[in-house]
Design a protein around this ligand. Structure first.
Ligand SMILES: [Zn+2]
Length: 421
């Protein structure tokens, strides 16, 4: 028997689509070279000799995909959240990010971040570092050593930020390209083009970043329409562009290559339509939007328009890296929105779970599901002590999402490899 093949046995739960969960009680999931081959009730004869990890009555669910977060803000979680976005950036975030010029500070913060996302059950992450080339590469290295799947962005900023974070435009592009060359072929940890957001970028910088994205066929991440003062500021800074998203689009940073845009709260119908046409992914970050009083993303409208939507923790504006908490916040916020706008039905648990797994996972390819051909990224959830008393599988999943925590996660797999905390 090929030693690249093994099986896990347990209660398998996942969302092939947003409309509902697929449940396989006491079943085998066959993994071959890190990829899901099939799920079956008994082990087929051809796999009779393969290694079986028997998880008994535990749950086996896809690992979570955090589509937007800031590793460099790990140490500032919970700080300054009486402020709104632009003041919070100046008073807290820029000061914190400036500390990443020091290699030792960055190494300690990024190691703590990587350990924490593994502990919390995140298996794939799209993440911002800072402007600093050396410490950004530390983050690549730390995530790669842990075996976490990631897109890591060295941040680019060349205006409207403190002197110690303002890059010289050409140097910013050169540093970015150097990192691209070193990391573009890594199997798990890859570069993503990362203008912080339009206001901290000159047109020259955005043009250069768009050219790099297209030349190296790299994905793009940034922020879009998070806060009303920000939206007004972008209109002042880029008077030639009719709308915020057009700033990115005019520099090849909006769907010319796979793109994720965090927040997307104040978009016109035309902008939403543009996102659908270009298949730009919107990242809903409910905790962050609540903490900074930014607003509520109209998720139901985005979904109805055909825009792909994922979920992000967005620390440090968000307070927690535990994706089930983000799932719950997204559902709760959608219910509040529904009370104000009854035509927008609340998110269901399966819809929000899908966003946190297969929905966000599409940014990484075949990730976030247990259908054949998907990367075996999985969590073994051990809820037996508290929750298994006569509950159905679906009820057990509901209780894990709403009342569980990292201590309930017994094992983590990424691309078929067991990851240690
Ligand atoms: Zn963010």
């Amino acid at each position: 028997m090929n030693k690249d093949v093994f099986a896990v046995k347990g209660n398998i739960v996942f969302t092939p689509g947003p409309e509902g969960f697929t449940l396989h009680q006491e079943s085998y999931l066959i993994v071959e070279r890190g990829v899901v081959r099939e799920i079956c009730r008994s082990l087929p004869a051809e796999y009779a000799a393969c290694r079986v990890e028997d998880y008994g009555d535990r749950l086996i669910i896809p690992g979570f995909v955090d589509l937007h977060t800031h590793a460099s803000q790990f140490n500032q979680r919970g700080l300054g959240l009486d402020l709104q976005l632009l003041e919070w950036l100046n008073e807290y975030t820029f000061k914190e990010e400036a500390r990443f010029a020091a290699r030792d500070y960055a190494a300690a913060a990024y190691q703590a971040f990587a350990a924490e996302i593994v502990r919390q059950g995140t298996t794939r992450v799209v993440v911002f570092a800072t402007i600093h080339k050396e410490s950004s590469e530390l983050l690549f290295n730390i995530l790669a050593r842990k075996g976490i799947g990631a897109y890591v962005g060295k941040v680019n900023m060349d205006r409207n930020c403190p002197d110690d974070l303002r890059e010289e435009t050409e140097q910013s592009l050169r540093d970015t390209e150097e990192i691209i060359r070193r990391w573009q072929d890594h199997p798990l940890v890859k570069p993503v083009i990362t203008p912080r957001f339009a206001p901290t970028s000159t047109e020259k910088l955005l043009r250069g970043l768009g050219a790099l994205a297209v030349r190296y066929n790299l994905p793009v991440q940034s922020h879009l329409s998070e806060n009303q003062a920000e939206v007004r500021w972008v209109a002042e800074l880029f008077p030639a562009q009719a709308e915020y998203h057009k700033v990115y689009d005019s520099f090849q940073l909006f769907g010319q290559t796979p793109t994720v845009m965090a927040h997307c709260i104040y978009l016109t119908a035309e902008a939403v339509q543009h996102m659908k046409m270009a298949q730009v992914m919107a990242v809903h970050c409910p905790d962050s939007n609540l903490n900074l009083a930014s607003g509520i993303m109209p998720v139901r409208k985005m979904l109805a328009a055909g825009v792909p939507v994922g979920l992000g923790t967005d620390i440090g504006a968000g307070q927690s890296l535990f994706m089930p908490a983000t799932i719950v916040s997204a559902i709760q916020l959608s219910k509040l929105y529904y009370v104000m706008q009854p035509e927008c039905k609340p998110l269901t648990l399966s819809e929000a779970f899908y966003m946190a797994t297969k929905g966000g996972g599409r940014f990484f390819g075949a990730v976030g599901s247990f259908e054949p051909g998907y990367s075996f990224d999985a969590l073994i959830v051990d809820d037996r002590a508290e929750h298994a008393r006569g509950r159905s599988l679906l009820e057990r999943l509901q209780q894990f999402i709403y009342t569980g925590n990292a201590a309930d996660i017994a094992e983590r797999y990424i691309a078929g490899r067991k990851i240690t905390v």
